[in-house]
Design a protein. Structure first.
Length: 256
């Protein structure tokens, strides 16, 4: 146990360092901050069992965020554990106490549970094209955190997002028009960008993708007093992430 705990801590520190290197949108408050050493019981991380209410209550938002970062390191390293899925199905039938809720795009190339090395009963996942926020998504996030005790919200955008490209192209088609209208404010805001502002320019698509994740975080804070209060009290963390298509790496960032 002690050996595995030490190993897990070391791995987490390595993961934190890597994330710090790759993160271009790090918040000013994170700059120069000492790396936090959080011991995570590896039995909990790799357990085939679903989380209990008591275990969930002991987790802090920072611990959960580190579990997600470590899980993504496993995914990138192609080191996913073979889980006892049938046992988990039976255990989860009695109730669920997930650690986090992920707001992800619809894209088929992002298997969310695998991306964070999580299994049955570990995560709530809300999926909608362009990882936009509306009333129903807000209700789902509030349920995950306020009712079911999740400690972290991750708004997860990704490279090569079709919804982002379609919004840039101002596509009009059926109900897609209304969905893309949730992304258009980011494009219309005309944030500083040098280069061609078209869907063919990957750098611009990446820029809008990042701004769209930020908009979703702002909208969650603005439209959900419940989640805003939980975040202010330190009961939850709301963070952004960008999924890199060619590596599987999630670049996390905090938006203050
Ligand atoms: Zn997408």
């Amino acid at each position: 146990m002690n050996i595995s705990k030490t190993l897990m801590t070391a791995l987490l520190l390595g993961a934190t360092g890597l994330i710090a290197c790759q993160n271009n949108t790090k918040s000013p408050n994170d700059m120069g901050k000492k790396k936090e050493i959080i011991e995570i019981d590896s039995d909990e991380v790799l357990s085939a069992k679903v989380l209990t209410a008591e275990q969930q209550a002991k987790l802090t938002p920072d611990t959960v965020l580190n579990i997600l970062k470590k899980g993504n390191e496993d995914f990138v390293a192609d080191a996913l554990t073979i889980r006892n899925t049938s046992t988990r199905i039976r255990e989860a039938a009695l109730g669920q106490y997930p650690k986090a809720v992920i707001l992800s795009c619809l894209d088929s190339r992002i298997p969310v549970e695998d991306v964070f090395h999580r299994g049955i009963g570990d995560l709530f996942v809300a999926r909608v094209a362009g990882n936009i926020v509306n009333e129903d998504i807000l209700g789902s996030l509030e349920y995950a955190c306020k009712v079911s005790g999740s400690k972290v919200i991750v708004v997860l955008g990704h490279e090569h997002c079709g919804a982002i490209k379609s919004a840039i192209d101002d596509v009009k088609l059926g109900n897609i028009t209304a969905l893309l209208s949730k992304i258009r404010p980011v494009i219309n805001a005309d944030t500083p960008f040098e280069g061609e502002k078209t869907s063919k320019n990957k750098t611009y698509v990446d820029h809008i993708c990042l701004e769209n994740v930020k908009l979703s975080i702002h909208t969650i804070r603005e439209k959900s007093p419940i989640l805003k209060e939980m975040e202010t009290k330190g009961e939850i963390k709301i963070v952004g992430g960008i999924y890199k298509m060619e590596t599987g790496k999630v670049e996390f960032f905090e938006l203050l």
